[in-house]
Design a protein around this ligand. Structure first.
Ligand SMILES: Nc1ncnc2c1ncn2[C@@H]1O[C@H](COP(=O)(O)OP(=O)(O)O)[C@@H](O)[C@H]1O
Ligand SMILES: [Mg+2]
Length: 344
């Protein structure tokens, strides 16, 4: 179990203990500290939480299959469900496993067996096994898992979590009720973020928040991790702070680079980009990714744009294969010159 119960133990302890615990909680990553405790705390995925709530009310939980991109609340949903199902003793009723455990399916199977066969003293109901990253399992391991699921269905419910449902054997899929988690909307991340901003007294400017939401791309974990990292190093978090913290190029910098590429002479652009790369520590592949979105808005004829798009994709590929950055920077500048020659 990665989550730490941060509210229950504090109440009954002496002052000193409270202080220590508080310090410990302060050191927790915010993604753990602010993990939603109840299904109601989860923003979005409303249809999923309401369906699961019905299962819980009826005390009839099927095997579950959660899939979708990272940071959308898959793990949080099953942990909150377990809390709702079992109350405070939920930790003894749930086993979290990483299915891609490199010790192999045999270890996983052994852990499941031990957990499933120990009698539970508190209640007569089923226990819960969470298998994270199930899509990293080989087909063979999944076939073994299928048999394990069948064998223990009487007293255990499985919750299988993955990013790509297509990588899960149909035989496993058909034994589970499937739920698709979608990336969170900007407004949903913003709402939840505000709770944490207030609680931690984060000084986030409006443009800083915009940049943060843009870079998070619907991934709440990413949003929280960036925010915490920035909060640790900046008193006031603005757009520039966010970009500095993530190592992602500031749009203003990309703006400048694009302008140079379109107007300045070869050697001048080359030196200027070299300089800016050194100063701000941004990498050429990131510059190319961001320049790519630029091609859509510049006022070039189709022919020139095609030259740019084609060559940028080549550059990206070469850099991915480990080509020399200086030579590729030369090629980038050259590509823009070539596009300019084809303006008429
Ligand atoms: N729908 C959501 N509502 C509120 N917080 C969320 C939501 N999804 C993710 N989070 C936040 O992001 C963190 C990571 O979420 P998690 O459930 O582990 O994502 P996943 O398992 O889908 O990768 C959580 O600690 C929580 O703070
Ligand atoms: Mg998860």
């Amino acid at each position: 179990m990665s989550g730490m119960d941060i509210d229950t133990p504090i109440k009954n302890k002496g002052k000193e203990k409270v202080f220590n615990l508080a310090a410990e909680i302060d050191n927790l990553p915010w993604v753990e500290k602010y993990r939603p405790k109840t299904l109601d705390d989860l923003v979005s995925q409303d249809n999923i939480t309401s369906t699961i709530e019905k299962f819980i009310e009826a005390k009839k939980l099927p095997h579950l299959l959660f899939y979708g991109p990272p940071g959308t609340g898959k793990t949080s949903t099953i942990l909150a469900s377990a809390r709702q199902l079992y109350g405070d003793k939920f930790k003894s009723m749930i086993l979290e496993l990483n299915a891609s455990d490199d010790r192999g399916i045999d270890v996983v199977r052994e852990q499941i067996k031990n957990f499933a066969s120990t009698r539970n003293i508190y209640s007569s109901g089923f226990k819960l096994i969470v298998l994270d990253e199930a899509d990293a399992m080989t087909n063979q391991a999944q076939a073994a898992l299928r048999r394990v699921i069948e064998k223990y269905t009487k007293n255990v419910r499985f919750c299988i979590i993955c990013n790509y449902v297509s990588r899960i054997l149909p035989a496993i899929q058909s034994r589970c009720t499937r739920f698709r988690f979608s990336p969170l909307e900007k407004e949903q991340i913003e709402d939840r973020l505000q709770v944490i901003i207030d609680a931690e007294h984060v000084n986030l400017t409006e443009d800083g928040k915009e940049a943060l939401l843009r870079l998070s791309k619907g991934d709440m974990r990413r949003a929280l991790n960036i925010l915490q990292a920035c909060h640790a190093s900046y008193d006031r978090i603005d757009e520039t702070a966010i970009y500095n913290c993530t190592g992602h190029p500031d749009p203003k910098v990309i703006d400048r680079i694009a302008r140079w590429l379109m107007t300045e002479e070869f050697t001048t652009v080359y030196t200027k980009i070299e300089e800016i790369k050194r100063e701000s520590g941004i990498a050429l592949p990131d510059i190319i990714t961001d320049l790519h979105t630029y091609i859509g808005v510049i006022d070039y004829p189709a022919k020139s744009r095609i030259i740019l798009l084609k060559n940028l994709s080549l550059l990206e590929y070469r850099l991915g294969e480990g080509a020399n950055e200086q030579i590729q920077l030369g090629a980038l500048v050259g590509t823009f010159k070539l596009a300019q020659d084809n303006l008429a």
